[in-house]
Unconditional design. Structure first.
Length: 107
């Protein structure tokens, strides 16, 4: 009966070890984000408004956490997807852009 307990303990230790690095993701500023994240988001949205190719019918969402801009949504072409990422990099304070924008396939 001792062997199953050791196996469970080992499995728990492996799972815990794998999960701990994920917990360290938000250590820089916490789950609320860094000061200035909301300002970065507003800047990126304002920059998007200056580019007609990124306006509707494209659906773009912008979120910022720890000065990293996360882009999600749908655009018509890969060029618009790349443009959105490039424009987001122009905002002051952005350290990285995570581009998860999908393509609509030409609707």
């Amino acid at each position: 009966m001792k062997r199953p307990n050791r196996l469970y303990a080992l499995a728990f230790a492996v799972i815990l070890t794998a999960a701990l690095p994920g917990c360290a993701t938000f250590t820089k500023c916490g789950f609320a984000g860094c000061p200035g994240d909301a300002e970065i988001t507003a800047q990126v949205r304002a920059l998007f408004d200056q580019h007609p190719a990124l306006k509707p019918p494209n659906l773009l969402e912008v979120q910022t956490l720890d000065h990293v801009v996360y882009l999600t949504g749908v655009v018509d072409t890969d060029l618009e997807r790349q443009m959105a990422e490039s424009v987001a990099h122009e905002a002051k304070g952005v350290t990285r852009v995570a581009n998860s924008i999908g393509l609509s396939g030409g609707r």
